[in-house]
Design a protein around this ligand. Structure first.
Ligand code: ARG
Length: 477
């Protein structure tokens, strides 16, 4: 493939090498050729391009446009091409612009006239839209699988740590005690919503554009239902203009991918904080970290940091796609060729990140003592004392005020609420009795939040167990 940086047209113009050449009297310059070609990145659609061509050829045969012999030749030729591509023997040519023309040219070389008949009743416009949808459908299925595996890894760790107490934070300040299992299941919920979103997105990806041809449909008596069935599409795109110009499905995917990355990025942020020696809540396995070339003591959480960093590029692809589409008149415009690289990169990034996280989560080592120690600081049970007073008939706002005064004293005396004597506590409110100390413990605090969605160990075990069961069934494990 030539990457020569020249803007001069070459003198020799091989009319046969371009599909539309009879109309043209001069070739494009080398620079324009490179500028307009997509083969360097769209060749990864080849498998789906060929699948689509086979389905199209079968349909053309059923309606009598191709002969059985043509179909046999096309099938054989396309199979040879797939083998050549898989074995790295296929000669990709920049002169042939994109994956579609490269495959078609080789097919004609291999089988002659039948290859030239294949493009009857279709255009690259509906062809490329079909290829992307087939490719993306497959990517969604792979990503869904990793999303489920990640939920499973989270749920299994959550079950193990259903009663491991850590501080829950608001404003990154210790707020109330929670269980580590409960915290992990919060992420499982996010990834569960992500699978729902991708399921929904997949329904709109999985519609067949082929048959729209260039934009207006075709005068051949095609049967689009046969093609849809052959390719496993759920339904057809119902307007030919929309079919060739619609890229909503890619935008929806990038939007779902951005949300997944955003969730992974929030989780990354926490892993980084938890792993910092100041917190020391967890340790990540060495295979996800690197050292420093100068500071021998360092073990850096590279994978979560990179995941946090890569989130921006996926969100960038979403914005780029929205901008790509926003000013395009109907129907197909060459702008659309710009839809692929960002989409490919979004899928690659989210897929790889999820795959790495599955393994990383399973290998998290938990320092329960450090978590507990941190929860014991910061008056995490102050709300429990207020709730206790309410249960004795004190209005909540008054209880809140009373406890605020208690906390102020503890700050001055540098002690915890539970360290104060009963007499001192009673000097703040006479409703306080001996049994108050049971609600001031961390265990008492989390156990009391025993409702659906609460942090009580019992509830966390229940939720984790139910999730593990559902996921294992889904993943056939
Ligand atoms: N490579 C093109 C793309 O990715 C294929 C469709 C070309 N169609 C056209 N009318 N030039 O969009």
């Amino acid at each position: 493939m030539s990457t020569e940086n020249s803007s001069k047209p070459t003198n020799q113009f091989d009319k046969k090498s371009q599909a539309w050449s009879a109309r043209f009297s001069e070739p494009v310059s080398e620079l324009v050729k490179r500028y307009t070609a997509s083969v360097e990145f769209d060749q990864r659609l080849a498998k789906y391009d060929i699948e689509g061509s086979l389905a199209h050829a079968k349909m053309l045969t059923e309606i009598g446009i191709l002969s059985d012999q043509d179909l046999q030749d096309i099938t054989r030729g396309l199979q040879t091409i797939i083998t050549e591509i898989n074995e790295g023997r296929f000669d990709w040519s920049l002169d042939l612009e994109d994956v579609h023309l490269n495959v078609e040219k080789r097919l004609v070389e291999l089988i002659g006239d039948a290859g030239k008949r294949l493009h009857t009743g279709r255009s690259r416009n509906d062809q490329v839209a079909t290829d992307i949808r087939l490719w993306l459908r497959n990517q969604i299925d792979i990503i869904q699988n990793y999303l489920k595996q990640l939920q499973l890894a989270l749920a299994e760790l959550a079950l193990e740590h259903a009663d491991t107490i850590m501080p829950g934070f608001t404003h990154l300040q210790v707020a109330q005690p929670v269980t580590f299992g409960h915290h992990l299941l919060a992420y499982a919920e996010m990834f569960k919503r992500d699978t729902e979103r991708l399921n929904d997105c997949r329904r709109r990806v999985n519609r067949l554009p082929l048959g729209a041809a260039a934009l207006a449909g075709t005068s051949f008596p095609i049967d689009r239902v046969i093609v849809a069935k052959e390719l496993g599409f759920d339904s057809l795109c119902l307007n030919s203009l929309d079919a060739v110009s619609d890229r909503d499905f890619s935008i929806e995917f990038c939007s779902a991918a951005s949300l997944i990355m955003m969730h992974l990025s929030r989780f990354s942020e926490e892993l980084i904080i938890w792993m910092s020696p100041r917190f020391g809540f967890i340790d990540l396995a060495d295979r996800f970290c690197t050292g420093s070339s100068i500071m021998p003591q360092k073990k850096n959480p590279d994978v979560p940091e990179l995941a946090r960093g890569k989130t921006g590029r996926v969100v960038g692809h979403l914005v780029a796609l929205l901008m790509l589409m926003k000013a395009q008149p109907l129907a197909y415009n060459k702008d659309n060729q710009e839809d692929k690289e960002g989409l490919f990169d979004a899928a690659d990034t989210v897929r790889d990140t999820l795959q790495i996280f599955v393994d990383m989560v399973a290998g998290i080592r938990v320092n329960a003592q450090a978590m507990r120690h941190a929860a014991a600081e910061g008056f995490a049970t102050a709300t429990d004392l207020a709730d206790y007073l309410v249960k004795q008939g004190v209005p909540f706002r008054d209880a809140h005020e009373t406890v605020a005064s208690v906390v102020k004293r503890c700050v001055d005396e540098q002690c915890d609420i539970a360290d104060l004597s009963l007499e001192v506590l009673q000097s703040y409110h006479s409703a306080i009795k001996e049994d108050v100390f049971s609600v001031l413990t961390l265990e008492g605090s989390v156990a009391a939040r025993n409702h659906i969605g609460g942090t009580a160990p019992e509830r966390v075990s229940e939720a984790a167990t139910a999730l593990i069961k559902a996921l294992k069934k889904d993943l056939n494990k």
